[in-house]
Design a protein around this ligand. Structure first.
Ligand SMILES: Cc1cc2nc3c(=O)[nH]c(=O)nc-3n(C[C@H](O)[C@H](O)[C@H](O)COP(=O)(O)O)c2cc1C
Length: 190
């Protein structure tokens, strides 16, 4: 894959605008090559209805997604690199992002979407912010995304865990933006 068709989808999972995670990722993304395509989604601005598991209903019908769901599916498939950028909420993923992930289960079964095959080979990176001085509390979040990437034969690129609570606080770590930049840069072909 060459640089022309590198495309990042930044999935912003905080329930507040311009929080720590978003600030960090926007700064790091600004250093990506100008020709790199960058798409931004604030998950809280695109609410999905509660996910319903119909897998074991008699003759389940997976309708072609419409509305917000169709938009999210299309932008997910259009990206070559998915960057999950979200705070740690109760040692896990914030609910909007988790619900979006639950929809992947349905998209795998939508006739014609070819979701599983088209997700294979995309990369997945994680940027998260914690307020606990022990950054290993983010391990459950990171591992759930690593395993999800493995399940879909995606390439898990790694994770950066920032520390902060008040918006802007995470930027006090002088090396954090560079570390996120390195994580993103690992997804850009030379
Ligand atoms: C609902 C909720 C749950 C949280 N759970 C945790 C947690 O389990 N561990 C932790 O270290 N911080 C937790 N925090 C603190 C946030 O991770 C922290 O404030 C972070 O800076 C928020 O990121 P943001 O500025 O990108 O929104 C929680 C915050 C909220 C609002």
């Amino acid at each position: 894959m060459n640089e022309q068709n590198e495309s990042f989808l930044f999935l912003l999972g905080s329930s507040r605008r311009d929080g720590n995670t978003e600030q960090l990722v926007r700064e790091a993304a600004a250093a990506l090559p100008a020709q790199t395509s960058k798409d931004w989604l604030r998950m809280s601005e695109h609410p999905l209805p509660p996910f319903v598991d119909i897998r074991h209903e008699p003759a389940p019908v997976y309708e072609t997604p419409t509305g917000v769901e169709a938009m999210l599916l299309e932008r997910t498939l259009a990206a070559s690199h998915l960057v999950f950028a979200m705070p740690l909420y109760w040692y896990s993923l914030p609910a909007d992002t988790k619900r979006y992930l639950d929809y992947w289960s349905a998209w795998m079964r939508v006739p014609g979407a070819d979701f599983k095959r088209r997700m294979a080979g995309k990369s997945l990176s994680v940027v998260t912010t914690v307020s606990d001085e022990n950054r290993s509390v983010a391990t459950p979040l990171i591992e759930s995304l690593r395993l999800t990437a493995d399940y879909l034969a995606m390439q898990f690129r790694g994770a950066v865990v920032a520390f902060g609570n008040q918006p802007g606080e995470a930027l006090n770590d002088a090396s954090i933006v560079d570390r996120i930049g390195a994580l993103l840069g690992a997804g850009v072909a030379a």
